[in-house]
Design a protein around this ligand. Structure first.
Ligand code: ZN
Ligand code: FE
Length: 255
């Protein structure tokens, strides 16, 4: 049976997601920004929490863990490199590792840059990736603990996933990301189409998430640092993609 997902807003602009395996009844929360909206989501779906899969140690992804764990006795899975900064971890994972949610299985992809130990969870058979604060729709996370080179390498790993992979990320930043992206690629037609779609979604009170890898490859400038037109638009024609990425990330911080 196919995996089910349920997306809901948390805090100011975070997303929580539940991933449910109908065959076994297992349900994972991807990150736990705060307990109350996760509990409300469990109530509205009728699902029972069995796992919390943590992408990275930031408080807006972990603050709900203690309360949820106490209530549901769920298993907390977290990146090995950040386990000491995350409460009540039961199991640590790293690159190449696997995580089960009932009969669903994720491959762990290390995607450092935003934080040094950030991981993404790729449910290959279900065509889903939970990318935390590494990849956003039409954007990417701030490089806080790593280097731009590291973040670019992480984004390339995600970009290698199949085009029909649905991407869930940690925040609703899409409209702001689009404004910046259009300053880099004003003539990108896929980006213009995404801008229209996202504006409609937001006006209707809908999330712009999930997005797909195909859409992001076509319109997200942070996945396009190796496209010559993108390099040229930031004055770095012919330069290495990691340098182009670093320049775009720096510009976005001041945009
Ligand atoms: Zn974060
Ligand atoms: Fe965050």
């Amino acid at each position: 049976m196919a995996a089910k997902t349920h997306l809901f807003p948390c805090l100011k602009d975070n997303y929580g997601v539940l991933l449910h395996d109908p065959a076994s009844g297992a349900t994972a929360a991807i990150d736990a920004p705060e307990a109350a909206p996760v509990e409300a989501a469990l109530k509205s779906t009728g699902w029972r929490l069995t796992e919390i899969l943590v992408t990275h140690h930031h408080g807006d992804h972990t603050a709900g863990i203690a309360e949820l764990k106490q209530r549901y006795r769920c298993r907390v899975v977290a990146p090995q490199q950040e386990a000491s900064k995350i409460p009540l971890v039961d199991e640590t994972v790293r690159e190449g590792g696997k995580v089960s949610v009932g009969k669903l299985t994720a491959n762990v992809i290390e995607t450092p840059g935003h934080t040094a130990g950030h991981i993404s969870y790729w449910f290959h058979a279900d065509k889903l990736v939970f990318a935390g604060d590494t990849l956003f729709s039409i954007g990417c996370g701030r490089v806080i603990e790593g280097t731009p080179e590291m973040m670019w390498a992480s984004l390339l790993k995600l970009r290698d996933l199949p085009d029909d992979t649905q991407i869930y990320c940690g925040h609703e930043y899409t409209l702001a990301n689009i404004r910046f992206a259009q300053s880099i690629e004003p003539d990108n037609r896929a980006l213009a189409a995404r801008a229209e779609q996202a504006a409609r979604q937001v006006a209707a009170g809908e999330p712009t998430i999930p997005t797909t890898m195909a859409e992001e490859k076509a319109a997200n400038p942070f996945l396009r640092a190796d496209v010559s037109a993108v390099a040229a638009s930031v004055g770095l024609a012919g330069k290495p993609a990691a340098q182009v990425f670093a320049e775009m990330r720096a510009r976005k911080n001041n945009f």
